[in-house]
Ligand binder design. Structure first.
Ligand SMILES: O=C(O)CCC(=O)C(=O)O
Ligand SMILES: [Fe+2]
Length: 305
């Protein structure tokens, strides 16, 4: 059932029982009044990812300007912003790094990773190229009590130099080259609690995904098996929402309470999406400890080999 948000014209239409809502009746812009921005943030906290159709009026600069209403922009630490923008991160299927087909939360290899990501569809293939989001708060809530107790105590090391081979079955050469020459030209590592307390909703959410290198204190094989138990709970189909894009659509997700996966099922067709991320705070564990940055962009000589 949809609800109309008071003091706005918004209609919020939940897409599943667990995650995702479409918001109708709004044209996104930097000029929206405070009540509307508050309503968008509220819907985001509740539904974790929200979708807006038909935002074709946005360009790179107005996309950035709208994003700034939610906080300072966060610029990707190793991939340059698109030409003539401050913070637009482009994923273009025609270039290396353009297909994010591994489950992840954005940029968890730094301590204060972004709180919100705002993604705009620029070129969308006629078939395929959907994106799926999973709710990491619901994943935690629905774990058996004993697994919750264990997860509460664990910490994981995240890095941009993750094991690329584990996640992708095909590695076109340009993907490998992009990964080595651009993505890991400087190395980042951060230790996060596997369970963080959401700073706005106080929900406990799981912090895992593609950038995890290992669980602190565990061997890499034990880490892999343990992570896969938790990760499989996150990505259960019942815990996800799948969006079929049209050009001009915008998705906004709470990057503290979700993972996402861009399905790579459109062959050599072109797909271009552009993202702006909003700075986040340092995660805090259930016992009040903060994430720690272990490597802060040290030059990676191996990437130049
Ligand atoms: O291509 C997509 O749909 C999502 C890409 C992605 O991972 C991101 O924008 O953070
Ligand atoms: Fe992403």
């Amino acid at each position: 059932m949809s609800t109309v948000v008071p003091n706005t014209e918004f209609e919020v239409i939940p897409l599943t029982g667990q995650i995702g809502a479409e918001i109708r009746g709004v044209q996104l812009s930097a000029e929206q009044d405070e009540a509307q921005i508050r309503a968008i943030r509220q819907a985001l906290l509740e539904h974790k990812v929200i979708f807006f159709r038909g935002q074709n009026h946005l360009d790179d600069l107005t996309h950035e300007a709208f994003a700034r209403r939610f906080g300072p922009l966060y610029v990707h630490p190793t991939v340059s912003a698109r030409n003539a923008t401050n913070a637009i991160f482009e994923l273009d299927s025609a270039f290396g790094g353009g297909r994010a087909n591994a489950w992840h939360t954005d940029i968890t290899f730094v301590d204060a990773y972004p709180q919100i990501s705002i993604l705009r569809a620029v070129v969308i293939p006629s078939a395929g190229g959907d994106t799926v989001w999973a709710n990491t708060a619901n994943a935690y809530r629905t774990l058996p009590q004993e697994l919750r107790d264990l997860a509460d105590k664990l910490w994981a090391l995240h890095t941009n130099d993750f094991d690329y081979g584990v996640y992708q079955d095909e590695h076109p050469e340009q993907e490998i080259e992009f990964h080595q020459k651009v993505f890991i030209q400087r190395l980042y590592e951060a230790e996060h609690p596997v369970v963080r307390v959401h700073p706005e909703t106080a929900e406990r959410t799981l912090v895992l995904g593609q950038f995890v290198k290992r669980i602190v204190g565990f061997s890499s094989s034990d880490s892999r098996r343990l992570v896969s138990i938790l990760q499989d709970h996150i990505t259960r189909l019942e815990n996800t929402v799948r969006w079929k894009w049209a050009e001009g659509d915008v998705a906004i997700w709470d990057n503290r309470a979700t993972q996402h996966y861009a399905i790579n099922d459109y062959g050599d067709k072109r797909r271009v999406v552009r993202r702006v991320t909003i700075a986040g705070d340092v995660p805090v564990s259930v016992d009040g400890k903060k994430s720690v940055l272990r490597k802060n962009g040290v030059a990676n000589n191996a990437s130049l080999a």
